[in-house]
Ligand binder design. Structure first.
Ligand code: ADP
Length: 499
């Protein structure tokens, strides 16, 4: 296949802005699609951290473009162009200092920015207008998550008559249904979409406006980031109130497992870790392990070799760190050490910090976003824990495997699709899964991992084995290409029927 022209629209793209997996996915999927011969343009906001990451290399291509919002409201944006290292995709950065030149992308650990609705309305409307006005044509517009979900509604409701935009097929990807972009009724006016869309069948959601609904309603095809999650969200437990709407679009909904960027995440060439290593020569991993112990203030392991368990995550309730905290007193009796790198909700940060204070020999926490430290943890830890209550896909478990670090994960969403239980010996699986999101579930899984860890001979077979798992983008990018073609067919049919 190949040779499709695709606009990727997202609120974060690594390494220009990142809070989680979405950023990795948009960057690495785009690179893979490019290398298959497609032409990709990426649209994202120009945040303060993006300006820093660009190191002056972003070039201004459009100036002071008026963007029409609600009645009588216009704001101006500038457009910059940049590239990503090793990636041929063109990146268009939408600049508006008031909306995007801030300390954070979405808000602080206390709360989200109060005007996130307005910020992403501006972004969506600006991108739609730019696609209409620029000389670029796209076969497919691929929007990611609620921050971009108004784009399909704008194309279908406001620009329906504009030949060029109307002929672009639309794909909407749900990376996490728990974040829907729900705002007060007054925000509806600011979208510039008519009040006739403020009904429960359209964008209204219990008296408020829900941006995610626009993406689900107005896209030709909808995807989520793993096959299991695409089924889970059709039920009330994981559907976050939108399962009913999703069931109406079930025929157009699919799940495609994310891949990881095997160039960025490569222990054989990673300049951020103490020593390189590969499945064929694992000495470097031991050096990374020692460096990590030292970094956590545990130079002296204290007698017997301990199993170092790493965790790198957004500290949101979804990730299950509140459950981990409850398991700490029992874990303290086991030969393990825990290193957590994360940033997020204040109450979870506080819980973890208190625990680290009470159990300094067991738990080390770093409350920050630190890409380099994430690499050092993936490389230096023996095991990697993801006690998620739900997990649309999860990248941590795949990255951990690439670094020869045994994943210990809750059996949900994409974790179920990427991890097979290892059992008692090598060759039968690639990680430890546990069913119950409870302290007991975590403890049993850690005990299972310890059984393997204690058996040095078996461990030496298991680790190189899991490093061989293929989580590259090649298969998944092909599935996205298929989805794009299906979306184009669906758009053509829709256009024919509307004539
Ligand atoms: P989610 O998208 O829900 O945040 P994923 O597992 O899909 O979870 O992706 C998380 C990504 O963000 C991984 O690349 C992980 O290494 C990275 N990450 C999360 N928190 C941090 C942090 N505090 N510092 C550095 N990287 C982080």
């Amino acid at each position: 296949m190949g040779r499709l022209r695709v606009a990727q629209i997202a609120s974060e793209v690594a390494p220009l802005a990142k809070t989680g997996g979405l950023a990795d996915v948009v960057a690495s999927l785009s690179r893979e699609l490019e290398s298959n011969g497609n032409r990709i343009s990426i649209y994202m906001p120009f945040y303060r951290e993006t300006r820093i990451a660009c190191k002056g290399a972003a070039r201004q291509v459009r100036k002071s473009i008026p963007v029409h919002l609600g009645p009588g409201t216009t704001q101006e944006v500038n457009v910059f162009q940049a590239t990503l290292t090793g990636n041929k995709a063109n990146v268009f950065l939408i600049e508006n200092a008031k909306a995007f030149d801030r300390d954070h992308i979405y808000g602080t650990s206390e709360s989200d920015y109060a005007d996130n609705g307005e910020r992403f309305i501006l972004f969506c409307r600006a991108v739609t207008q730019l696609m209409k006005e620029s000389g670029d044509e796209y076969d497919v517009v691929h929007c990611h998550d609620w921050q971009t979900a108004l784009v399909p509604a704008y194309i279908r409701r406001i620009y329906a008559g504009e030949g060029k935009l109307a002929r672009m097929a639309q794909v909407f990807s749900i990376h996490n249904l728990a974040y829907q972009g729900v705002f007060g009724k007054e925000v509806m006016l600011k979208t510039g979409l008519g009040w006739e869309l403020f009904t429960p069948e359209q964008l209204e959601y219990w008296g408020k406006v829900n941006f995610m609904k626009a993406g689900i309603l107005y896209s030709d095809k909808i995807s989520t980031v793993s096959p299991t999650y695409s089924k889970e969200i059709l039920g009330s437990e994981y559907g976050c109130g939108l399962d009913g709407l999703l069931r109406t679009r079930q025929a157009d909904l699919s799940g495609i497992l994310n891949g990881i960027d095997t160039v960025v995440w490569d222990p054989a060439k990673d300049a951020r870790i103490s020593a390189p290593y590969s499945a064929k020569g694992m000495e470097g991993k031991e050096a990374c392990r020692r460096a990590l112990l030292q970094e956590c203030g545990w130079e002296n392991e204290g007698g017997k070799r301990k199993m170092i368990i790493g965790a790198v995550a957004r500290l949101a309730s979804q990730k299950g760190f509140d459950i981990l905290v409850q398991a700490i007193p029992k874990l303290a009796k086991k030969p393990v050490k825990l290193v957590v790198l994360g940033r997020g909700e204040r109450k979870i940060q506080d819980m973890l910090e208190e625990c680290a204070h009470s159990y300094p020999g067991l738990l080390s926490v770093q409350m920050k976003f630190d890409e380099a430290m994430a690499h050092r943890i993936y490389a230096g830890a023996d095991a990697f824990l993801m006690p998620s209550k739900f997990e649309p896909c999860g990248l941590g478990q795949m990255i951990a495997m690439r670094y020869g670090t045994l994943p210990i994960v809750r059996a949900t969403g994409g974790l179920l699709d990427s991890i097979r239980p290892i059992g008692k010996r090598a060759g039968s699986g690639n990680g430890i899964l546990f069913k119950e999101a409870t302290p007991a579930g975590i403890i049993t899984a850690v005990e299972e991992a310890l059984e393997l860890f204690k058996n040095e001979v078996e461990w030496k077979k298991i680790i190189p084995d899991i490093m061989g798992a293929d989580f590259s983008w090649s298969a998944s990018a092909r599935q996205y290409e298929n989805l794009y073609v299906q979306a184009i067919h669906a758009m053509e049919k829709r256009m024919k029927n509307s004539r």
